[in-house]
Design a protein around this ligand. Structure first.
Ligand code: ZN
Ligand code: ZN
Length: 363
């Protein structure tokens, strides 16, 4: 499946008049990739309201632009090369220092008459996440890449599971997962893999340590593959040896909450209502204070992107939005359970991308 970059730029161009700018100077590397296909740490693209576009990058990347369907120029100062009077900029992607420097340059140009006819109000206009909003809804080519990233994640877990045993450290388990994902074809892990054993499971974003796994531990693993730039995200909690009653009860509660969250994922649903579907079950069981993060987040070219599911999140879900559902319960000094899937919203019910069982696995 090929990606239609001109169609993406056309969608952005169509959104510009509402923001009263003649063009948007895109400097976020991931947004440049989304709009042109160029993967570069130093590139920018100017997209005009008429749909035309100009890409700039430095001499390390300029050869790669020949295969793209957009005109490119070589410049070390990519934003400076493309800045135009009155153009919008991505406020979240540009430093204040760069913003000031570019504006000073535009003003000097205007004063010298170099930009005569460039219109009124010569300054750049800071704007919100226009491209991020476009990125939330995926096309089928993107969904196929995320589906593959999730399949690699499932396979890596299946391959590593038989190796997980008491005596291995959290770091060793993380390394096994990371290595297996890359062996299977991932670009690299989608983010720093989390492995949290026993009491460490009470920390939602615990970084793996040299703590050894022991019989009786709940072990939470949160990891994913990145494939052609697209991210997968999955969490499973397993038990080493027969679970105690409290461990099984905790697991069952999180699993029911995760199912309720998945079933609430439907185009048109309010982000906060999806969160509430899962959170309500956990709160009703008396664990509201032990679940303090949002229920989920979009995935795509970034591991965390719009939309976000949480009690105070606004907005409605659209169709074809890949998103995670990841409730957890964290008991200080005892341990925790989190179950996370990556899914995509669909009319008629979400499509599950991460397919590893959610039965409690007893190793
Ligand atoms: Zn995760
Ligand atoms: Zn996640």
């Amino acid at each position: 499946m090929t990606i239609d970059y001109p169609a993406r730029r056309a969608r952005l161009a169509a959104a510009l008049p509402a923001h009263e700018v003649p063009a948007l100077l895109v400097t976020s590397p991931v947004n440049v990739r989304y709009l042109t296909g160029l993967v570069s740490s130093n590139a920018a693209v100017l997209v005009r309201a008429d749909g035309s576009a100009l890409l700039a990058t430095d001499n390390r990347y300029i050869d790669m632009t020949r295969a793209l369907d957009v005109t490119a120029v070589e410049a070390p100062d990519v934003a400076g090369r493309l800045a135009e009077p009155g153009a919008g900029i991505e406020a979240a992607a540009m430093s204040v220092a760069t913003f000031r420097r570019l504006n000073a340059g535009l003003n000097a140009g205007l004063n010298a008459g170099l930009n005569a006819g460039g219109g009124e109000g010569g300054g750049l206009v800071p704007l919100g996440p226009l491209v991020e909003e476009l990125r939330a809804v995926k096309d089928e080519a993107e969904l196929e890449l995320i589906r593959t990233a999730c399949a690699l994640t499932d396979q890596a877990f299946a391959d590593v599971l038989p190796l997980i045993a008491p005596g291995l450290t959290e770091r060793a388990v993380a390394r096994l997962l990371d290595n297996r994902m890359t062996e299977l074809g991932a670009d690299k892990p989608a983010f720093d893999t989390i492995v949290a054993a026993g009491e460490n499971g009470a920390i939602p974003h615990h970084a793996p340590t040299d703590r050894e796994l022991r019989a009786g531990d709940l072990v939470t693993m949160d990891f994913g593959a990145r494939y052609h730039g697209y991210h997968a995200d999955m969490t499973r909690t397993v038990c080493l040896g027969e679970p105690a009653d409290w461990q099984r009860d905790l697991y069952d509660l999180v699993r029911r909450a995760q199912r309720a969250g998945r079933h609430a994922l439907t185009p048109g649903a309010e982000a906060k209502d999806v969160d509430a579907a899962a959170r309500g079950l956990i709160a009703a069981a008396g664990h509201g204070d032990h679940f303090r993060h949002g229920l989920g987040h979009g995935v795509g070219l970034e591991i965390h992107e719009d939309p976000f599911l949480g009690p105070s999140r606004t907005g409605r879900l659209e169709d074809r939005v890949p998103i995670t559902v990841e409730p957890g319960i964290y008991l200080p000094e005892r341990g925790g359970v989190r179950i996370e899937d990556t899914l995509v919203t669909r009319e008629g019910g979400p499509e599950l991308f991460t397919k590893t069982t959610k039965e409690l696995l007893v190793l």
